[in-house]
Design a protein around this ligand. Structure first.
Ligand code: PLP
Ligand code: ZN
Length: 558
C-alpha cells in the first residue's frame, strides 16, 4: 500500500497520517486518497483468487498499512442477492440487493468502522469522539471494543433506546443530546476540542470514504460472477468486470454513494470496468436538503433546521459540502436525487420482508421506496441492472408497520374446565382460524408468476390456493374444487386463457365464478372486446405492487 492524499482545493499532495486532518498547504479538510493505479491494475487480478471474499481483499487500495486481525470482525464480503419477486412485481428483472445486513453489526457502516478503527489503532489512538444517528456509533463501538479504544458516542435523544443500549453494551459512553443531529455533532466537536480527543469527521474522514469504495469493488466482482464478464473495449482481448446501471442508497451524510462513486472511478481508471453506475441518492422527504437543492438546481444545500421524519437515521439537516461533491458525481453518472415519504418507506419495508424474506431497517427501506418511485417514473428502465444497498435492524419500527392484528392468541383453558389437556388445546386452536378459507385457483404456465401471485395472496390473508399450469388442467381443477375466484393468465400454450374462459362460461356450474385476468400481454382492442362481460378485472403483471390487485381479490370473494 502506497498512496498520497491530494487536496481537492489546492491540489497539494502529502503523505497520510490518520490524525492529520488539514492540508499542510491550504488547511482544507477535503482531501482524497490517490494510489498508484497502473501498478495495482497490473498486480491485483493475480492476487484476488487466493484471498478471502472480505473487505481486505482490496488492501492495496485501502489506507491501512498492516490490516490487523485483532480489530477484524469479518467485515465486507456481503452477498449480492437477486430480488426475483420484486423484479417481477416491478417489471424490472435485474434488481440486486447488496445485503449489508450481513456485516458484523448489520449495517454498511461496519466497513467504515473496520477501516477507520484499524487506521486509528495503527496511529496509536486510544480514545475518540463520534456523533451518530445510531448505526455509526453501534459499529464504531464494536470495533473500538476490540481495538482498545474508548468511544464517546453523541446521539440525539430520538435514537431508539434499543440502539442506545446496544452502543452502551459494547462499552462506549453514550451521550444523549436533546436536539437535532446537527446540534449533536456540534456538541461532540466542542467536547472533543476541549479534551483534545480525536473527532470523527464523517465524510471528511479518508478511511471512511476509502472503506465504502469496497462496496463498488465487490458489486463489480459479484455481478461478473452472476451475469458473466464483458468483452474488453475496442476489440481488446481482456474481459472486464460488470458495473450495474444503477446504484441506489439512502443518504443522510452521503458516505455510501461517495465511496461507491470513488470506487467506481478507480475501477474505471484501472480498466476493470468500462463505465460508472448512475448514482441514485434517496432521502426521507421530511429531511431532504440534498433533494431540494438538486430539484432547485442549487450548488449548495439549504440546511433543514427541524427534520420531520420518523427515520432518525437519516436526519442530517445540514449536509454541508458533501452535497456539492455528491452532486457532481450524480451529474457525471446521469443519476438522480429523490425523496420518499415515511409512509412510502414503511410500505416498502413491509413489501421487501414479505416478498423477499429480507427485513431491512427503515433507513434502508427509503432506498427501496426510491427504487419503486424511479421505476414507476420510467427513470430506471426495465432492462437496467440495479443494485440497492440494504442495511439493518428492523426492530424499532415494527409496531408502526404491522398495525394491531398481527398475532392471534391461543389461550389454553385451565384443566378444570375440560376433560383432557388435548381437548383444551384443540378447542383453543379452533379459535385461531376458521375451518375453511376462500379458495382461489391460479392458472398460469409460468411457475414464477404462480409463485408471485401465491405469495401476494399468502402475505395478505388466508386463502386455500390451487394452481394449474395450463388450460386443460385448469378446467379439471375448477370442476373439482369449485374455487371462489380464478386468477387467469391469457398467454398459455395449447389452451390459452380465452379458450379457458369460453369453456367456463359454457358450463352452468362454473359460469358464475369470478375471474381476474392477470397478464403481461398488451391487449389489442379486439382482445379487450372478447373479455368484456366475461371477467371481473384485468390486471397487468407490472401493476402488482399497487394494492389494487388485493382489493379486487377481497371484493370478489366477499
Ligand atoms: C441504513 C442506513 N442508510 C443510510 C444511512 C446514511 O448514511 P450517511 O449518513 O453516510 O449518508 C445510514 C447511517 O447510519 C444507515 O444506517
Ligand atoms: Zn490544500
Amino acid at each position: 500500500m502506497s498512496f498520497v492524499l491530494r487536496c481537492i482545493d489546492c491540489g497539494h499532495s502529502a503523505p497520510y497520517f490518520p490524525t492529520v486532518i488539514n492540508c499542510p498547504q491550504c488547511s482544507s479538510q477535503w482531501r482524497e486518497a490517490e494510489y498508484d493505479y497502473s501498478v495495482i491494475a497490473k498486480n491485483l487480478p493475480a492476487q484476488l483468487p487466493g484471498r478471502l471474499f472480505d473487505l481486505w481483499r482490496y488492501r492495496e487500495l485501502l489506507p491501512v498499512r498492516n490490516p490487523n486481525p485483532i480489530v477484524m470482525l469479518g467485515e465486507g464480503g456481503t452477498p449480492l442477492i437477486q430480488a426475483v419477486n420484486l423484479g417481477m412485481m416491478l417489471g424490472c428483472p435485474n434488481i440486486f440487493i447488496k445485503d449489508e445486513r450481513q456485516g458484523p453489526t448489520s449495517s454498511f457502516k461496519d466497513r467504515q468502522a473496520a477501516v477507520t478503527i484499524a487506521a486509528l489503532k495503527e496511529a496509536g489512538i486510544t480514545e475518540m469522539v463520534a456523533a451518530s444517528t445510531g448505526n455509526v456509533a453501534i459499529s464504531y463501538s464494536a470495533y473500538a471494543a476490540r481495538a482498545g479504544i474508548k468511544l464517546w458516542a453523541f446521539v440525539t435523544s430520538l435514537v431508539p433506546a434499543v440502539k442506545m443500549r446496544e452502543i452502551a453494551l459494547y462499552g462506549s459512553q453514550v451521550v444523549k443530546v436533546t436536539g437535532s443531529y446537527d446540534q449533536a455533532k456540534q456538541v461532540a466537536a466542542e467536547f472533543a476540542h476541549q479534551r483534545g480527543l480525536y473527532l470523527d469527521l464523517g465524510a471528511r474522514t479518508i478511511t471512511s470514504i476509502e472503506a465504502m469504495k469496497t462496496i463498488a469493488f465487490e458489486i463489480a466482482e459479484q455481478l461478473t460472477s452472476l451475469l458473466g464478464a464483458k468483452a474488453g473495449a475496442q476489440g481488446d482481448a481482456q474481459t472486464i468486470w460488470r458495473s450495474p446501471d444503477w446504484y441506489i442508497q439512502s443518504v443522510s451524510g452521503g458516505m455510501g454513494p461517495l465511496g461507491v462513486a470513488k470506487g467506481s472511478v478507480e475501477l474505471k481508471k484501472m480498466g476493470f470496468i468500462d463505465r460508472m453506475p448512475a448514482i441514485a441518492a434517496i432521502q426521507a422527504e421530511g429531511c431532504s436538503p440534498m433533494v431540494q437543492a438538486w430539484k432547485a438546481g442549487a450548488e449548495s444545500a439549504t440546511p433543514v433546521k427541524s427534520p420531520r421524519t420518523h427515520i432518525e437515521t437519516l436526519a442530517t439537516g445540514d449536509p454541508g459540502r458533501t452535497y456539492t461533491i455528491l452532486q457532481n458525481w450524480v451529474k457525471e453518472t446521469h443519476g438522480v436525487f429523490e425523496s420518499v415519504s415515511d409512509e412510502e418507506a414503511f410500505r416498502a419495508m413491509h413489501v421487501l420482508a414479505k416478498m423477499e424474506g429480507i427485513s431491512a431497517e427503515p433507513a434502508a427501506a427509503v432506498s427501496f421506496a426510491g427504487l419503486f418511485k424511479l421505476v414507476r417514473a420510467g427513470v430506471i428502465k426495465p432492462t437496467d441492472v440495479v443494485v440497492v444497498n440494504c442495511t439493518g435492524h428492523t426492530m424499532p419500527t415494527e409496531p408502526f408497520i404491522l398495525g394491531d392484528n398481527w398475532a392471534r392468541n391461543v389461550v389454553l383453558p385451565t384443566q378444570a374446565t375440560t376433560e383432557t389437556p388435548e381437548e383444551g388445546l384443540l378447542a383453543a386452536l379452533s379459535r385461531v382460524a376458521p375451518d375453511r378459507f376462500p379458495n382461489v385457483a391460479i392458472i398460469d404456465d409460468s411457475p414464477d408468476a404462480r409463485r408471485l401471485i401465491r405469495r401476494i395472496l399468502q402475505s395478505r390473508g388466508n386463502y386455500t390456493i390451487y394452481e394449474a399450469e395450463g388450460g386443460k388442467q385448469a378446467l379439471t381443477l375448477i370442476e373439482k374444487e369449485r374455487p371462489d375466484l380464478i386468477i387467469l393468465d391469457l398467454m398459455m400454450p395449447e389452451m390459452d386463457g380465452f379458450a379457458v374462459l369460453d369453456h367456463l362460461k359454457a358450463n352452468p356450474d362454473t359460469a358464475s365464478i369470478p375471474v381476474i385476468v392477470a397478464t403481461a400481454k398488451e391487449l389489442t382492442p379486439d382482445e379487450k372486446d372478447r373479455l368484456k362481460g366475461q371477467i371481473q378485472a384485468l390486471m397487468q403483471k407490472g401493476d402488482f405492487l399497487s394494492d389494487e390487485f388485493l382489493e379486487e381479490v377481497r371484493s370478489l370473494i366477499r
